[in-house]
Design a protein around this ligand. Structure first.
Ligand SMILES: Cc1ncc(C[n+]2csc(CCOP(=O)(O)OP(=O)(O)O)c2C)c(N)n1
Ligand SMILES: [Mg+2]
Length: 785
């Protein structure tokens, strides 16, 4: 690139720096919320990335490229989009306000085309890597898409997050030449200057994982100084200097800076810098490559040239670059004072009247911005897959079967479906076979970018790896599972091809990947995940493998519909319906509910259940009604008054349960009938949909100051004002609200302690889940009434 072009980019980056700084300043000083809570924002973290981002957007990226921006640089992103003409001026004063620019980049809430949400450090780095994994899959199955580069801009302290290394190390992410990470290597985190010099460690870790590593360490001034006689010693001294000492130079000037710089320096350095004036010394020794636009563009080009593996650029930067807080160890959340902002404005040749202006369209910088706007624009993508997922696969269940097994069978059946089959893609963190994906894998194969020779003669599981495979196998990292699912579910946007992603994970380890789960759904991703097996029903496995709080997690996660069927046909309906929603052709959930628009979490079990009770309910209600109720969240598995007509006037309770515990509940209902108590049994297939329906009517009542009605989903399955016993192989709290919802006393039974090894019966006894305890709970509920 010619010097003239670099000068133009330099003009642009100065304006980006100003706008990013002022956007944060305006949030804090131009607005008053009146609530005493500081608006906040990160001027120093933003300044650190200004050069990297200016070089990218104004000289490197193409329209199809996708970029994750580190959370604290969101003001830089918005400043760039504003200068490109993609953001209205009115937004610039709305950072961190309602409906305004989000504190951290958000796909779903920001107005200017964020590719990846970020916020929880580490995840934004991994997301583009898994987006590239997804693209490789899409290209192999559906034909090559226009080339994209997947870029992550990450803070250096983000490298402390383990999920980064899980992602880098997984074989599924190897060889992705279209990935570039740029590490904003400012040697500062939130609290401190990062101790020591860690670059050799980071470099070694990336290289060991097969990455291409580039360092952009020095700016032009330092590079020239190194060429002079004795310059090599200067270089060695700067390289060896601890981060803490180097960072301290930014706050100093004059003789004090010289003294600090020479503290501990070998002989000869003092002489080398003796003829450099005090004024020139600071800019020289703090001249880092991460603010040298030509050096950055050269590094990006080096990454493009390496096409067989991912690249990482360590861009040495200054936290607070160009601001009075540059390099200050306390600068993470520091805000410039009014006087400092005034001085900065004047220093950028702006006034209060011109401070928010775009670049003059007639100037070289303005012309460049106009050209870049053109070359970076892209058309919106279609989200719907446009295929019809069948309502059921008609899974056969004539003998006892677990929900986990039924799940595997339904997937095999869907894989055969002419329309749907090819869009299904499964993934699991080394638990594919133990979560019943083997049937699907046998049918579709395992994905690998190139065909692999199979050395196994095993007939049970055909682990054939090829570009046609539809299962992406991961190492044991639940973070990677959810990160990949999140990206597969955004493939319609990031790779121009909607998919039907399905993941499996041992239910207790959903918690291990929870932040990535949240990340995916916060980003608007849609997928199915099965947590299986779950609960203490996994009896012999003991407390370390028994999940108890996951039902509450599923219930409470926004953007996730939590379901926990007990019977195979119910599971079949729910799974087909979920995939139908993801395909974008939702079959209406008949509860006047707003369309669901997120992920689905199936909590499953390996306990085989006799399917006869379900078939009885089916005969009683008919498929159409039953299916509607199963999808709505609950149905009456046993209606006591129909099953025991002589109990029509007897005291009545209702036993509500989800999943594996239903046999005990059914037995308790029979015992209660013997004792002259009519007990309805309600199978709660989706606690989440029921709760949402209830909340919706409550909130409606609250907002309109009217008496809330009972939602249909509750009304059709539950009897009004009849005491409830809830029974769940999960924390009792998840179902404890049902009493309020039906207006009656409730006794919630569940697992509120860590589990341990045993038989199902032993552990159910321990946690009061056997029929005898359920009967006692029912009598207690009647007494509480
Ligand atoms: C998972 C997570 N933990 C903690 C934080 C709070 N936090 C935000 S930024 C930050 C330090 C980041 O340092 P670095 O990545 O080096 O960024 P920079 O120096 O560029 O600001 C921390 C601890 C977070 N956002 N996410
Ligand atoms: Mg940092």
């Amino acid at each position: 690139m010619k010097q003239h072009d670099i000068d133009v980019l330099d003009d642009i980056q100065r304006r980006v720096l100003w706008l990013a700084t002022r956007i944060v300043d305006a949030a804090n000083h131009d607005r008053s919320t009146g609530d005493g809570v500081k608006a906040g924002g990160h001027q120093a973290s933003s300044a650190s990335l200004v050069s990297v981002m200016t070089a990218l957007w104004f000289a490197h990226l193409d329209a199809e490229d996708r970029v994750a921006v580190k959370p604290h640089a969101s003001p830089v992103f918005h400043a760039v989009q504003y200068l490109l003409g993609n953001l209205d001026r009115s937004y610039l004063t709305t950072l961190r306000s309602r409906g305004g620019l989000q504190s951290y980049p958000s796909r779903t809430k920001d107005p200017d085309g964020v590719d990846f949400s970020t916020g929880s450090v580490g995840l934004g780095a991994a997301a583009p890597l898994f987006a590239a994994v997804t693209r490789r899959y899409v290209d192999a199955h559906f034909g090559a898409r226009p080339h994209s580069r997947f870029v992550a801009l990450i803070g250096d302290a983000e490298l402390d997050e383990g999920n980064i290394w899980e992602a880098v190390a997984d074989p599924a992410t190897t060889g992705l030449g279209n990935v570039m990470w740029v590490v904003d290597f400012n040697r500062q985190s939130l609290d401190r200057v990062v101790p020591g010099v860690r670059i050799d460690q980071w470099r070694g870790q990336f290289e060991a994982a097969g990455w291409h590593v580039v360092e952009v360490k020095y700016g032009r001034r330092l590079a020239e100084a190194y060429q002079r006689p004795g310059g090599a010693a200067l270089r060695d001294w700067i390289d060896a200097m601890p981060n803490e000492q180097y960072q301290s130079l930014f706050g100093l000037t004059g003789p004090a800076l010289r003294e600090q710089f020479l503290d501990g320096a070998p002989d000869g350095i003092a002489a080398f810098i003796a003829d450099i004036t005090d004024e020139d010394l600071g800019p020289l020794v703090t001249d880092l490559g991460g603010h040298d636009l030509a050096a950055l563009l050269d590094a990006y080009a080096q990454c493009d040239a390496v096409t067989d593996r991912p690249s990482v650029v360590f861009a040495y930067t200054v936290k607070g670059w160009g601001l009075p807080i540059a390099g200050n160890p306390r600068n993470h959340s520091a805000l410039l004072s009014g006087e400092q902002v005034d001085a900065l404005r004047a220093g950028h040749d702006l006034t209060r009247d011109t401070e928010w202006d775009r670049l003059d369209p007639a100037s070289p910088a303005g012309i460049r911005a106009g050209q870049r706007r053109e070359s970076l624009s892209r058309a919106p993508r279609e989200r719907a897959l446009g295929v019809t997922v069948p309502q059921a696969t008609n899974v056969r269940a004539n003998k006892p079967i677990s929900t986990q097994e039924a799940f595997g069978r339904v997937l095999v059946d869907l894989a055969r479906d002419q329309q749907v089959g090819k869009y299904l893609v499964t993934t699991a963190p080394d638990v594919a076979t133990s979560t019943n994906l083997a049937g699907f894998i046998n049918r579709t194969g395992v994905f690998a970018p190139t065909a692999q020779r199979s050395w196994s003669s095993e007939t049970m599981l055909r682990w054939t790896e090829s570009p046609e495979g539809q299962h992406i196998e991961l190492g044991i990292s639940e973070m990677n599972l959810f990160l990949l699912l999140g990206q597969l579910g955004l493939s319609w946007d990031l790779s121009g091809q909607p998919l039907l992603p399905v993941g499996t994970v041992y239910d207790p380890f959903v918690l291990r990947g929870l932040d990535a789960f949240l990340y995916g759904t916060y980003s608007g991703s849609r997928f199915v995940v099965a947590g299986t097996p779950s609960g203490i029903t996994l009896a012999p496995e003991g407390g370390a493998h028994q999940s108890t709080i996951t039902a509450s997690v599923g219930l409470e996660l926004p953007g996730v519909t939590f379901v926990e069927p007990a019977y195979a046909v119910g599971l079949d309906w729910l799974l087909c319906d979920a995939l139908g929603h993801i395909a974008g052709a939702p079959q209406p959930v008949p509860t006047a509910a707003p369309a669901e628009d997120g992920a689905y979490y199936f909590r499953l079990s390996t306990r085989p259940l006799d399917q006869a009770p379900f078939e009885a309910a089916r005969a009683r209600l008919g498929d159409a009604v039953l299916r509607r109720q199963v999808l709505a969240g609950a149905y009456r598995l046993v209606d006591a008054h129909q099953a025991y007509p002589h109990l029509a006037d007897a005291p009545t309770v209702q036993l509500a349960a989800s999943g594996a515990v239903l046999p005990e509940v059914l037995a308790a209902a029979a015992e209660l009938a013997d004792e002259g108590v009519a007990a309805h049994v309600v199978d709660v297939t989706s606690l989440d949909r029921l709760y949402r329906a209830w909340q919706r009517t409550l909130r409606q009542g609250v907002r309109t100051a009217t008496v809330p009605s009972v939602p249909g989903a509750l009304r059709s399955a539950f009897a009004d004002r009849v005491p409830v016993v809830s029974v769940h192989d999960a924390a009792s709290h998840a179902m404890a609200w049902l009493g309020s919802a039906v207006g009656a006393a409730a006794v919630p039974l569940g697992v509120d302690e860590f589990g341990q090894s045993g038989s199902v019966a032993e552990l159910y006894e321990l946690h009061d889940l056997l029929p005898g305890s359920i009967v006692n709970a029912a009598l207690a509920a009647l007494a509480l009434r």
